[in-house]
Write a protein that binds this ligand. Structure first.
Ligand code: NAP
Length: 251
C-alpha cells in the first residue's frame, strides 16, 4: 500500500511553486490532496493536468480537490475548512500560500505592507486555527508552515516580508507547545532561494551571486522543499523545529 494511503493533505498555495511540488509529491505517496488558491482557472489546470485522478478506477467524487480560497480572509478560510470537514479529516497541513512585495521600507507602499502581513502572517494564523481544531479533536495531525531564511537572517528590501516570515516561526513554535499534548506536530520549513514564480524576477547576475554563496552551488527547486515537507509530515517525535532548506546559503 502507498505510504500515505487513506490520508488527506491540505496545501494552501498548492497551485504553484513549492505548494504544487508538495501536492504532487504527497499525491504520489498515495494521499488525497486538497489545494487552495485564489485563481480558479489555475486550480482547474492543476487538478486536470498536474495531479490527475488518484487512480484510473477512483470515482471522481473521491479524487483530489481544489478550492478557491483567499487565506487572508478569515470567513473564507473558516467556510472552506468547514466544507472540507464533510469530506474527510485533514491529516497533513502544508501551508505554502504566500506573497512577496519587495521594497526598501522608506518606499514600501502601505497597501503592499498590509497585503504581505494579511497573506503571509494572518493567512497562516487563520488556516492553522481552523485546521488545528479538527486535529486536536482526533489527537492526530502534522502541520508544516513555510517561512523563509530571510525570516531568520533578514534581507535588504524585505523588511515586511521578513517580519511576516519571522512571525510564522514564533507562531509555530508556540502552537507546537499548545498542540503537543494532543499528538499534533507543528514544524516550519525555512527555504532559501527556490526557483518559482516568486523569484522569477531576480536578475541573472543576482542568481549567480546567490549560487556562489550557496554551498551546493545551485538554486533550490520546489521539489527540494517538498521532500523536506514529506519528511516532517511523517516524523513522529519532531515538533516546534525550523528546518532550513537552502543548500547551505545561510551558513
Ligand atoms: N521561492 C522562494 O525562493 C521562497 C523562499 C522562501 C520562502 N518561500 C515561501 O514559500 C511559499 C511558496 O512560495 P513559492 O515560491 O512557491 O511562491 P509562488 O510560486 O508565487 O506560489 C504562491 C502560492 O500561494 C498562493 N497564494 C498567494 N496568496 C494567496 C492567498 N491570499 N490565498 C490563497 N493562496 C494564495 C498562490 O496562488 P494564487 O496566486 O492563485 O492565489 C500560489 O499557489 C511562500 O510562503 C513563500 O513566501 C519561497
Amino acid at each position: 500500500m502507498a505510504p500515505l494511503a487513506n490520508t488527506l493533505t491540505l496545501v494552501p498555495g498548492g497551485t504553484r511553486g513549492i505548494g504544487l511540488a508538495t501536492a504532487k509529491l504527497f499525491a504520489r505517496q498515495g494521499s488525497r490532496v486538497v489545494i487552495l488558491g485564489r485563481d480558479l482557472d489555475r486550480i482547474h489546470h492543476v487538478l486536470d493536468k498536474e495531479l490527475g485522478p488518484i487512480s484510473p478506477s477512483t470515482s471522481p467524487a473521491l479524487n483530489h480537490i481544489g478550492l478557491q480560497c483567499d487565506v487572508s480572509k478569515q470567513e473564507q478560510v473558516d467556510l472552506t475548512i468547514k466544507e472540507l470537514s464533510k469530506v474527510a479529516p485533514i491529516d497533513f497541513l502544508i501551508h505554502s500560500a504566500g506573497i512577496a512585495r519587495d521594497a526598501l521600507l522608506m518606499a514600501h507602499k502601505a497597501e503592499d505592507i498590509e497585503s504581505v502581513i494579511a497573506t503571509n502572517l494572518m493567512g497562516t494564523i487563520w488556516i492553522n486555527k481552523a485546521v488545528a481544531k479538527g486535529m486536536m479533536r482526533r489527537k492526530k495531525g502534522a502541520i508544516i508552515n513555510i517561512s523563509s531564511v530571510v525570516g531568520i537572517q533578514g534581507n535588504m528590501g524585505q523588511t515586511v516580508y521578513s517580519a511576516s516570515k519571522s512571525a510564522i516561526i514564533g507562531f509555530s513554535k508556540s502552537l507546537s507547545k499548545e498542540l503537543g499534548s494532543r499528538g499534533v506536530t507543528v514544524n516550519v520549513i525555512a527555504p532559501g532561494y527556490i526557483d518559482t514564480d516568486m523569484t522569477s524576477s531576480i536578475t541573472e547576475v543576482r542568481k549567480q551571486e546567490i549560487m556562489a554563496k550557496t554551498s551546493l552551488g545551485r538554486l533550490g527547486q520546489p521539489e527540494d522543499v517538498a521532500e523536506a515537507a514529506l519528511f516532517l509530515a511523517q516524523a513522529k517525535f519532531i515538533t516546534g523545529q525550523v528546518l532550513v532548506v537552502d543548500g547551505g546559503l545561510s551558513l
